[in-house]
Each structure stands twice: as structure tokens, then as C-alpha cells.
Design a protein around this ligand. Structure first.
Ligand code: PLP
Length: 409
């Protein structure tokens, strides 16, 4: 079924998209994998809470505190629905994907790992799914075992299947690569891992903005996302965890909100999900995140996916026509990310000159240095798309790349 939406009406929801860059060029924002722009609906929901319902949550008997608490818990329910989780107690608010993965590395590492144990990752992980495990290595002598990728930029599933040992305690992989755009076969990964009795964490930072996610159908044990990548505010993210797992894990941070009772001798902890939410939560940001999830859900994640798939395909075609341009990876299923390099032009020069023409792309290692090493480059230029980008913007990107090429010729 062909789905579509009114792109002009959508763009009108994002005030920043109509601004000019250097007082001259209409903005072409293609840095969406780093962060997305925010629709009015998100900003207004947050302003409205500050103006009308601001008070600290969970602790107050007064009207405003109860209103703020209701909004915060309604937001948790909105996340539960968005992810298809069974219960709102499986939804932990964090500061973002990075904090969600650090929480698991720390708590799962403490509870379920011993010296000699192994975590399977992949060669295409973001640093936030590598470094937390290395921090754990300071406390426990664990091994990180990356699944290799092939020439297309896809995971070597044949190798993955052979990587399990009695020491394998967790598989932690990205759903979508932030560099290659590869959509990884997470359902298959989870099926294989579970057949070895091993739980799976899915880094959903780059999938949650682009495709329908259902954690129950996927059957992942943990799922992480960042609010700001899915049109929500900065400073808020989510850790989904199956209740039986979250129940087993110890708290991450200590403080207010996460306790039942405290004495100098002994403290007991709150029930899920509050056990993992020490201190005042960012209840304004949770309201913004819920507004963002309502926004994308009203368009429909399937419609967003179809639109972005067609746009990304168009971008692959347009950029492939440019002489000397190399696109990294050729995954059979690519989400809205394209990394490229143009002849001998340094990615930083390319990015800087594209910016002078009003086009925002990202340059560098994209927090994936091991992947850069695997690709044999120091960095790339990356264009990443969102639900509001257009074919005209892709044309402007292609024209601008050609102009930069001419400058270097
Ligand atoms: N994982 C992936 C695949 C990402 O692309 C990113 C951010 O770019 C992250 C994790 C980290 O997200 P955040 O900085 O919002 O915590």
C-alpha cells in the first residue's frame, strides 16, 4: 500500500526549516542522524507545562505536582505504546541512548557477568556501545567480540552464528548503523542469541526515528533510544527492558525517587521503573518526547518509512552519478543515512564548503572509529534524512557537491 503525507504541511510545523543560512541560502538540513529538528507541537507542549503545570513530580500532594506527575506518567505510557512494550514499568527514562547502554553495561555487568565472560558487539557500533563495556572492563575481565561486516556493510551472520561460547553473556548491537545506514536483522540476531540462552540489547538510536518498532515482536531484552533523534527534546531517552530482567538488575544510581525507605543501616529500593530513576527526572522533556511520539505516530511510522526509503533511494541514485563519489556500504536494506567521500577532497573541506552553500551535513568519524578503520578511512561526509526532507533538497546537495568538486578541479 502506497502511503504519503503532505510534506509542505509537515515542513510548516518545523519553523527552523524556513530560516536562511548566512542570510542567503535556504537551510538544507541533512544532519538528522545527529539530531532532528523539532516541530512546534513538541516545543509548545514543553512551554505549556512550564507555564501551567510546573512542579516536581511524584512527591507532592499539591495540585501542580499531581498534574506534572500525571503528565510524566502519561508520557511513559506514550513511550510504552510507541515501542509496543507490555507494561509501563518496563520503560525507564534516561538521558539518552548513551545513558541507557551505560546503565545496562554497569548493572548487567555487575549482576550477570564474571571474569572471562564475553559480550558480542559488532564492527559497526557507535562508541556509546563500545566504551561503556570498556569501562566495565576496569572492574571485570570481560572480552568484547565484534561481529565482522562484509563488503556491502552488512553483518556477517554466518560468523555471528559461530561466535557463541559458554562465556557469552550478552549480545549488544545497533539496529541501524549511523554511518552505513544498514538495517541489521535484529529479529534473526535475537532468535539465534536466545537459542543459546543469551539476552540481546538493541541500540535503537537510529531505528526509532525511521521505522515502526515493536519490542515484543522483536523479542529483544533491552532497547535504547534518544528522544532528540526522534523529534523530541535533548536530555531524555529511554531504556526498555523486559520486566524479568529489570527486576533482576541492581539500581544504577542512588538518590531520591528510587528508594522505598532509607536508614543509615539499610535502604530498600522502589519498584520498577523507579528503581532506575534516581533524582528529579526531566519531566518537561518527557512531556516533549511524548508530544514527539504523538507527532510521528499521527503521520504513521510506516508512512514515514516509505517516504524516507524513496528519498534515500533517490539520493543514492543522484549521488552515484557524481564522478569520483564513493558511497560507503551497499546494504540491501538501508535506512535514511548515506556516507560518502568525493575523490581526494577531505571530508572536512567538503562539509565546510557545503555549509557555505547552506547544506548541513556531518563530517568525521561519526563516533564509530573502529568502523572507520574497517573502511580504511579517517572519516566521511554523511547526509542523513528525516521525514521533512525533500527531493529538491537532495538535488541541492548533489549540485553543491559538484560545485565543490569544480572548486578543487
Ligand atoms: N547509538 C547510535 C547508533 C547513534 O547513532 C548515537 C548517536 O548518534 C548514539 C548511540 C548515542 O546517542 P546519544 O548521544 O543521543 O546518547
Amino acid at each position: 500500500m502506497q502511503m504519503s503525507y503532505d510534506i509542505e504541511a509537515i515542513r510548516a510545523d518545523f519553523p527552523i526549516l524556513s530560516r536562511k543560512i548566512y542570510d542567503r541560502y535556504p537551510l538544507v538540513y541533512l544532519d538528522n542522524a545527529a539530531t532532528t529538528q523539532k516541530p512546534r507541537q513538541v516545543v509548545e507542549a514543553m512551554v505549556n507545562e512550564y507555564y501551567n503545570a510546573n512542579a516536581n513530580v511524584h512527591r507532592g500532594v499539591h495540585f501542580l505536582s499531581q498534574r506534572a506527575t500525571d503528565l510524566h506518567e502519561e508520557s511513559r505510557e506514550a513511550v510504552r505504546r510507541f515501542l509496543g512494550a507490555r507494561s509501563a514499568s518496563e520503560i525507564v527514562f534516561t538521558r539518552g541512548t548513551t545513558e541507557s547502554i551505560n546503565l545496562i553495561a554497569s548493572c548487567f555487568g555487575d549482576e550477570s557477568m564474571e571474569d572471562g565472560d564475553e559480550v558480542i558487539l559488532s564492527e559497526m557500533e557507535h562508541h556509546s556501545n563500545i566504551v561503556p563495556w570498556q569501562l566495565l572492563q576496569r572492574r571485570k575481565d570481560i572480552r568484547l567480540r565484534p561481529i565482522p561486516i562484509d563488503e556491502r556493510g552488512e553483518l556477517r551472520m554466518d560468523v555471528f552464528e559461530t561466535m557463541f561460547t559458554p562465556k557469552t553473556k550478552l549480545v549488544s548491537v545497533t539496529h541501524v548503523s549511523n554511518v552505513l545506514g544498514t538495517l541489521n536483522p535484529v529479529a534473526e540476531i535475537i532468535r539465534i542469541a536466545h537459542s543459546h540462552g543469551v539476552p540481546v540489547l538493541v541500540d535503537g538510536a537510529q531505528s526509532s526515528p525511521h521505522l515502526p518498532v515493536n519490542v515484543r515482536e522483536m523479542d529483544c531484552d533491552f532497547f535504547a533510544l534518544s528522544g532528540h533523534k526522534v523529534y523530541g527534546p535533548t536530555g531524555i531517552g529511554v531504556l526498555y527492558g523486559k520486566e524479568e530482567w529489570l527486576d533482576r538488575l541492581p539500581p544504577y544510581m542512588g538518590g531520591g525517587e528510587m528508594i522505598k525507605s532509607v536508614s543509615f543501616e539499610r535502604t530498600t529500593f522502589s519498584d520498577l521503573p523507579y528503581k532506575f530513576e534516581a533524582g528529579t527526572p526531566d519531566y518537561i522533556a518527557s512531556t516533549g518526547l511524548a508530544a514527539a511520539l504523538r507527532y510521528v505516530s499521527s503521520i504513521g511510522m510506516e508512512a514515514i518509512r516509505q517516504y524516507e526509503q524513496s528519498l534515500t533511494q533517490y539520493a543514492v541514485e543522484c549521488l552515484s552519478e557524481i564522478k569520483g563519489l564513493r558511497i560507503f556500504g551497499k546494504p540491501r536494506e538501508r535506512e535514511a543515512v548515506l556516507s560518502f567521500q568525493v575523490g581526494g577532497i577531505h571530508h572536512l573541506d567538503m562539509g565546510t564548503l557545503l555549509d557555505r552553500l547552506g547544506i548541513a551535513v556531518r563530517t568525521g568519524h561519526h563516533c564509530a572509529e573502529p568502523l572507520m578503520r574497517r573502511l580504511g578511512v579517517e572519516g566521511t561526509c554523511r547526509a542523513s534524512f528525516a521525514l521533512y526532507n525533500t527531493r529538491e533538497e537532495v538535488d541541492r546537495l548533489a549540485d553543491a557537491i559538484r560545485r565543490v568538486q569544480e572548486m578543487f578541479a
